[in-house]
Design a protein around this ligand. Structure first.
Ligand SMILES: Nc1nc2c(c(=O)[nH]1)N[C@@H](CN(C=O)c1ccc(C(=O)N[C@@H](CCC(=O)O)C(=O)O)cc1)CN2
Ligand SMILES: NCC(=O)N[C@@H]1O[C@H](COP(=O)([O-])[O-])[C@@H](O)[C@H]1O
Length: 211
């Protein structure tokens, strides 16, 4: 099956970013969107917990922030519904998960089918989950990197949009490798979000192409 996606022409494209931590990927998008030529507006930033530096970064940039905590709801499904409705209230063309450490449920995945993406700090399908760089370092691979993909019900299993490779150096530590990956990851994220919003994207089975 082929699904073609594009954002409406004639206006800045609307992106909601979801974070759980420091938000350096978010900051890269905020910095890029400050140039009107990028054609993207970060319309809101959401977190699954209070006190994230990511939401603080957003508010410093004049972008609305929100928090949607699982523990504030009776069930995970109610949380998923509340998160979906909050995101939808900003009418995004794209939802970007950048270090958001909660799995989206069916309601969000259906509401933003093909339009919810996640950046992950490994070359998927290798090293999914919460510790990509550490797992890559410990495995002895010579190439690490980052992956941007479309979220599906699994953890880091969705169709891949783009990947960027980063060498693992002989004198690397987990920390130095992690930072080098993040530098490449931020460049990839800014470039890909811009292309998706300008050119659109097409999902055919497991393959994603721009346009
Ligand atoms: N349905 C999907 N949701 C999300 C995906 C995805 O691929 N499909 N990517 C994530 C981000 N992510 C890795 O990049 C990730 C998110 C959450 C977890 C996880 O195990 N979360 C636990 C709680 C962990 C915690 O709060 O510390 C949970 O959701 O209960 C692993 C990887 C964004 N969402
Ligand atoms: N699979 C979940 C995961 O590990 N995501 C990773 O969290 C970091 C968030 O950094 P940031 O808050 O500085 O953007 C990113 O490197 C992202 O790949």
């Amino acid at each position: 099956m082929t699904d073609q996606h594009s954002a409406p022409a004639g206006r800045a494209k609307r992106v909601v970013v979801l974070v759980s931590g420091s938000g350096s990927n978010l900051q890269a998008l905020l910095d890029a969107s400050a140039d009107s030529a990028y054609g993207v507006e970060i319309v809101a930033v959401g977190a699954d917990r209070p006190g994230t530096y990511g939401v603080e970064r957003a508010e410093k940039a004049g972008v609305p922030g929100f928090v949607c905590r699982v523990g504030d709801y009776e069930t995970r499904e109610e949380w998923d519904e509340a998160l979906t409705d909050t995101i939808a209230s900003y009418e995004p063309d794209l939802v970007v998960s950048a270090g958001f450490l909660k799995l989206f449920g069916q309601r969000l995945l259906k509401a933003f089918e093909g339009r919810a993406v996640n950046t992950h700090n490994s070359l998927l399908p290798a090293f999914p989950g919460m510790h990509g760089p550490r797992d890559a370092f410990n495995s002895g691979v010579k190439l690490a990197g980052a992956t941007l993909f479309i979220c599906d019900p699994g953890v880091d299993t969705g169709p891949i949009i783009a990947q960027t490779a980063v060498p693992v150096l002989d004198d690397d530590t987990v920390e130095t490798l992690t930072e080098r990956i993040k530098e490449a990851e931020r460049v990839q994220l800014v470039e890909c979000v811009g292309r998706m919003m300008r050119e659109g994207w097409t999902v055919t089975g497991r393959r994603v192409t721009f346009g």
